[in-house]
Design a protein around this ligand. Structure first.
Ligand code: 5AD
Length: 350
């Protein structure tokens, strides 16, 4: 997939022409990762955050009630993931300095010791020491979206904590060196983001050789600076479903073996069909939310997240039903990306 080709799909508006993109993405998904839909249980373990990202509802200046789950509370959610038959738990939080190296290290050890689950961490930009200690404790995967490949736009929406801190791209390369399965992704339709920016994002997914790619529409959060941003950029991408499906499909064509979730942000825009449309246009993963409801409501990175009112069990059974109704099946086991499986077998001594 050439950059110009991606760009012309991103600019395509004709629905009939787009059917070809959906077909190509779906066929590529089936050929490279099959019909299994992997379920990853998401636990939002803390909404404390040291950062001031212009788009995010849990940014440090937001005057919201903050929580950090205890290890036992987290373990209860992890065990729920096991009993629901999931193969992976995703532990996500704001960039919370209270989640110290030792605390996360203990947590990962406990999850790996007490369950057969793969552990994915999504805890923001942490130090090389922390990332390496957590990997040694058994963490399998790390998610860190680079949000946009447009450096000028990125600097505007994502002020660094301190000058000279490692950038996200360096961190992503470092995660790979540590032996993590590496996930990244972008928001679609950030004010000031153009179609050419998105085409470059796709290039970067390929260059980084990602195992997981998360894509969701930008959803303005009223309490944040970016909610009021004026968008008079030429070639501005709209933060809508269609642009997001195009990115899901193009990511599948660029990185055929990657695990690509049909994200909650997508189903927030279209509660009835968003998940299914994502899954039929390149995605092969869903991340049901297992955060206890009282905390879930406080983890409001954008407003009206889909699923907020449901309990984990309701979520899980309705999801499975919907996956089966599409003629797909629920993935069993950890659901590692094929590239990660190959890397691991090369690393093993013969
Ligand atoms: N709209 C959509 N996605 C958002 N994220 C954060 N804030 C928003 C928003 N307002 C996404 C970012 C982040 C992920 C955890 O959530 O891409 O990496």
């Amino acid at each position: 997939m050439k950059t110009e080709e991606a760009l012309s799909w991103l600019r395509e508006e004709d629905e009939e022409a787009l059917e070809e993109l959906w077909r190509l993405a779906d066929e590529t998904r089936r050929r490279f990762v099959g019909d299994a839909v992997h379920l990853r249980g998401l636990v939002e373990i803390s909404n404390h955050c040291a950062r001031s990202c212009a788009y995010c509802g849990i940014r440090a200046p937001s005057r919201i009630r903050r929580y950090r789950m205890s290890e036992d509370e987290i373990l209860d959610c992890v065990k729920l993931a096991c009993s629901l038959g999931y193969g992976t738990v995703v532990l996500q939080a704001g960039e919370d300095p209270g989640l110290t190296l030792e605390l996360v290290e203990d947590l990962v050890r406990r999850v790996k010791g007490e369950t057969p689950l793969a552990v994915t961490l999504s805890l923001g930009e942490r130090t090389p020491e922390e990332l390496s200690a957590w990997r040694r404790a058994g963490a399998d995967r790390y998610l860190l979206r680079f949000e946009t490949s447009n450096e000028e736009l990125y600097a505007r929406i994502h002020p660094p904590l301190w000058e000279g801190a490692l950038g996200r791209l360096e961190l992503l390369r470092h995660l790979r060196d540590l032996g993590y399965e590496v996930g990244s992704g972008v928001m679609v339709g950030i004010p000031g983001q153009s179609c050419s920016d998105l085409a470059r994002d796709i290039e970067l997914f390929k260059e980084l050789d990602l195992d997981m790619i998360g894509l969701g529409p930008f959803i303005p959060h009223p309490g944040t600076p970016l909610a009021e941003a004026a968008t008079n950029t030429v070639d501005q991408v709209s933060a809508d479903e269609l642009s997001t499906y195009k990115m899901v499909a193009l990511a599948r064509l660029a990185c055929p073996e990657a695990n690509i979730p049909s994200t909650t942000a997508l189903s927030t825009l279209n509660l009835d069909e968003g998940r299914e449309l994502g899954l039929s246009r390149g995605a092969n993963v869903v991340m049901p939310n297992l955060t206890p409801p009282e905390y879930r409501a406080l983890y409001e990175i954008y407003p009206a997240k889909a699923e907020v009112p449901d309990t984990a069990i309701e979520c899980a059974s309705s999801l499975s039903r919907r996956v089966l109704a599409m003629g797909r099946r629920i993935g069993r086991g950890r659901g590692d990306s094929p590239a990660a499986v190959r890397r691991a077998s090369k690393e093993k001594p013969r």
